[in-house]
Ligand binder design. Structure first.
Ligand code: SAJ
Length: 434
């Protein structure tokens, strides 16, 4: 351990980050900035090629940040698993999606851990950052890295879990200034992991085990999914009560203690909040326990796209039009404002449902020029599009750079799922909100 701690302290440790996506790329930047030699390892050759050129493909990391680090020779990229053989520290930031039956898809973690095991040598630190169910590090990673007792945990192999806390598009909280939770498979593992992360992150939050660290992350995201589910149900109840849910939530948010505002939306998007909590409910099912809040929130949130489509149908009906044959424009397909990522975006459920009703659908999203998702293959219309060319416009993502004033002036009907027009005066009689 001393040898490894020394290498880390002197920045001589060779770091390899497996998976250079929205979590891994900011990490390789911080490690390179701290003076380490770091390799971004990914099977996606496009990412490797772009990183090797110093060209960023992640909105939060400018190429101007990347290029000097690549030119310095400290930051390199590779698709060759042999780079793992020369690593002193490996950080795993691979996707943890759900499969078709909404069960954890562990293939990326399995493949990464197999490759690490194949290239393992003495005195290696391996940290898992990918969000997964409590027990993953202990039950999946550790056995592979200590198989046949070739390596002894906490003596010549060190394993930890440290959840990522990246909020895409967040201009204030980035890798270095966001506190980092770390759990070690043994106290020595924790100590080595803290030595590594302590050189790139201001505040570390050690916890007692990898299981606890895994659960911290799931609590963070379940907290969001459940509270978003709550306010989505508040929106449904308020509509039946003839109450403005947005007004009620904003008024409740003036409470200076004991309240945190969440807002209704067209459904949950992104590859975290709709997915991570289901890793916990899946794990609980294997222990014969039903995680009721997670499943209820998932039910409510998953039903929001259909609710939006019903609002569109009702609004068209109010104008004596059927959805069938109407032209509908979806404004925004990204999963949240001011990002280009459209994974799991509810926009596609809405587009699909409107198509099935016979509507002629288009979308406008300056951040997403084209999509090929779940059978929807489309290009965005131009931002100069005339909103009056459509029978209805549905605001699904409240991007800052939409021309809301012109949209409100021109559109025949607006279904606003984000209360994006709240700042505008003028005739709102054609606007329907969640
Ligand atoms: N949403 C609502 N209402 C809200 C907040 C969000 O409908 O009040 C929707 C968004 O439109 C989006 C989804 O929920 O479709 C997720 O939004 P999000 O704000 O949680 O953003 P993510 O998924 O990009 O990032 C979250 C992080 N967000 C924040 O902490 C603000 C954080 O929970 C994690 O670091 C990250 O997931 C992750 O990687 O787990």
């Amino acid at each position: 351990m001393q040898e490894l701690l020394q290498k880390i302290a002197e920045r001589r440790a060779q770091v390899v980050v497996i998976g250079i996506g929205y979590v891994g790329l900011p990490l390789v930047v911080e490690f390179a900035r701290a003076g380490y030699r770091v390799v971004g390892y990914d099977k996606d050759r496009d990412k490797v090629r772009l990183l090797a050129l110093g060209e960023s493909y992640i909105g939060d990391i400018p190429s101007a940040t990347l290029k000097p680090l690549v030119d310095s020779g400290r930051l390199t990229a590779s698709s060759d698993p042999d780079v793992l053989g020369s690593a002193d520290a490996i950080v795993v930031c691979v996707p943890t999606p759900l499969n078709k039956t909404k069960d954890p898809d562990m293939r990326f973690i399995a493949s990464a851990s197999d490759e690490i095991a194949q290239h393992q040598h003495k005195n290696m630190l391996i940290v898992l950052e990918s969000t997964s169910y409590p027990g993953t590090t202990r039950e999946v990673l550790v056995p592979k890295l200590t198989r046949g007792n070739a390596y002894r945990l906490g003596e010549d192999v060190f394993v930890a879990f440290s959840p990522e806390r990246v909020d895409p598009g967040n201009k204030i909280h980035h890798t270095r200034n966001t506190p980092k939770v770390i759990g070690g498979a043994t106290p020595e593992c924790l100590r080595v992991a803290q030595a590594l992360y302590g050189s790139i992150i201001d505040t570390l939050v050690p916890v007692s085990s990898t299981d606890a660290a895994e659960m911290v992350k799931l609590l963070e995201n379940t907290f969001r999914a459940v509270n978003i589910g709550l306010v989505n149900e508040v929106a449904l109840m308020s509509r039946k009560l003839g109450i403005d849910a947005w007004e009620v939530i904003r008024a409740a948010a003036t409470k200076p203690f004991g309240f945190m505002p969440f807002f209704p939306g067209p459904g949950l998007g992104g590859h975290c909040i709709p997915i991570d909590p289901l890793y916990l409910s899946w794990r609980m099912r294997t222990l014969k326990y039903q995680a009721r809040f997670i499943e209820l929130a998932d039910n409510v949130n998953s039903a929001m796209p259909a609710h939006v489509v019903a609002l569109v149908q009702d609004a068209l009906n109010g104008a004596k039009k059927s959805a069938n044959g109407s032209k509908v424009l979806v404004a925004g397909v990204a999963y949240k404002k001011d990002v280009a990522d459209y994974r799991e975006s509810p926009a596609f459920d809405i587009l699909h449902s409107l198509q099935r009703l016979g509507a002629e659908v288009s979308y406008l999203d300056p951040h997403v020029p084209e999509v090929d998702e779940g059978g929807i293959v489309m290009r965005s219309v131009a931002s100069s599009v005339r909103f009056s060319d459509y029978d209805a416009v549905v605001i699904v993502t409240d991007h800052s750079d939409f021309d809301y004033r012109r949209l409100l002036a021109e559109a025949k009907i607006v279904v606003d799922t984000r209360d994006a027009l709240r700042h505008l005066d003028g005739d709102k009689s054609r606007v329907v909100r969640l």
